[in-house]
Design a protein around this ligand. Structure first.
Ligand code: UTP
Length: 312
């Protein structure tokens, strides 16, 4: 091996693993989330987390590590075979439902690790260290749904071309920046890609460096683990992934640093708060041919009725 090759980091490998943190307390959704993880709440007839795993698979990531907490049983059961149910459906000749039941267990290779205490998203990601090793990996938040897998595929491509880490950015209204991590950005030669120069977790409107909000998709260089090990609890007393990514944004590329942002095109749904969850369910239901025909006339009539009540 030539002596002048930089051996401080291993050669850049492909992104093949997805990490799905689902160990948060889901307090905004209590009491529904007392015994059920919020990621298992149904969007029409599939739990939110199944859409997320489908997106990972569509992006070429077949190895999925779930970070779970209390009440992990329902997630494990959902991605496992349901033997008795399958036997019963087979006996009835209900092939359509049998297919839907098998879909989630056949999707991907799903692994689990438990986050003993919900100490924040950064800490949840740190729990993936042994499984991921020294490879870049994707993080998909289990309660954030993105319309297509194009965004994650593009993020993986940007990582392949430039190395470093990649975040997904969505432009939000100024009064909404305080709900997100917010990025200061500089343009690159590609219209949909920016360089991230600063990150602030949940800034006030005045503190926000831009209207570009970090949403629940990341591609992380494994250097993030070393940073997370020494990241102290930040906002809300939680170890924040944003804080670790900010340090990586200021680190040299040869040390695994550099953070780029891919700008979201299309729709994103946050199923972790009540109003957005209800919007998501209605939106998904109205896109379904088997439900739209019945639902849309009812919705129109419902809104008319409300308008009339408001006016009287
Ligand atoms: P959130 O901050 O939205 O989740 O974390 P939360 O804490 O469960 O929600 P509320 O605010 O109490 O209602 C974003 C994602 O990170 C995961 C959550 O499960 C969610 O998918 N998470 C968060 C963890 O896995 N571990 C944590 O310690 C915190």
């Amino acid at each position: 091996m030539s002596a002048d090759i930089d051996q401080t980091r291993p050669p850049t490998s492909a992104v093949t693993k997805a990490v799905v943190p689902a160990a948060g307390l889901g307090t905004r959704f209590l009491p529904a989330t007392k015994a059920t993880p919020k990621e298992m709440l149904p969007i029409v007839d599939k739990p939110a987390i199944q859409y997320v795993v489908e997106e990972a698979v569509e992006s070429g990531l077949h190895d999925v590590l779930m970070i779970t907490g209390r009440s992990k049983r329902s997630i494990e059961d959902h991605f496992d075979r349901a033997y008795e149910l399958e036997v019963a459906l087979k006996a009835k000749g209900d092939t359509e439902r049998l297919r839907s039941v098998r879909e989630s267990s056949d999707l991907a290779q799903v692994h689990y690790v438990r986050q003993g205490e919900p100490r924040g998203l950064g800490h949840a990601v740190l729990c993936a260290e042994a499984h991921v090793g020294d490879n870049p990996f994707a993080v998909l938040l289990g309660d954030d749904l993105i319309e297509t897998a194009d965004l994650l595929r593009r993020m993986i491509e940007v990582r392949r071309e430039h190395g470093g880490s990649v975040v997904a950015l969505m432009e939000v209204e100024p009064e909404q920046v305080s709900l997100y991590g917010c990025a200061a950005v500089e343009p690159t030669e590609e219209d949909d890609v920016v360089t991230v120069t600063d990150l602030v977790e949940k800034p006030s409107r005045e503190e926000a460096p831009s209207r570009w909000a970090v949403i629940g998709r990341y591609v992380c260089d494994p250097a993030v683990f070393e940073v997370l090990h020494r990241t102290p609890p930040g906002r809300g007393g939680e170890i924040q992934l944003t804080d670790a990514l900010l340090e990586l944004a200021r680190t040299k590329p040869e040390e695994g640093g550099g953070v780029r942002g891919v700008l979201l095109q299309g729709q994103r749904y946050d199923t972790g708060n009540k109003a957005d969850y209800i919007r998501t369910v209605v939106d998904f239901a109205c896109r379904r041919p088997d439900l739209a025909e019945e639902l849309l006339p009812w919705l129109r009539e419902f809104v008319d009725r409300h308008d009339r009540t408001d006016r009287s």
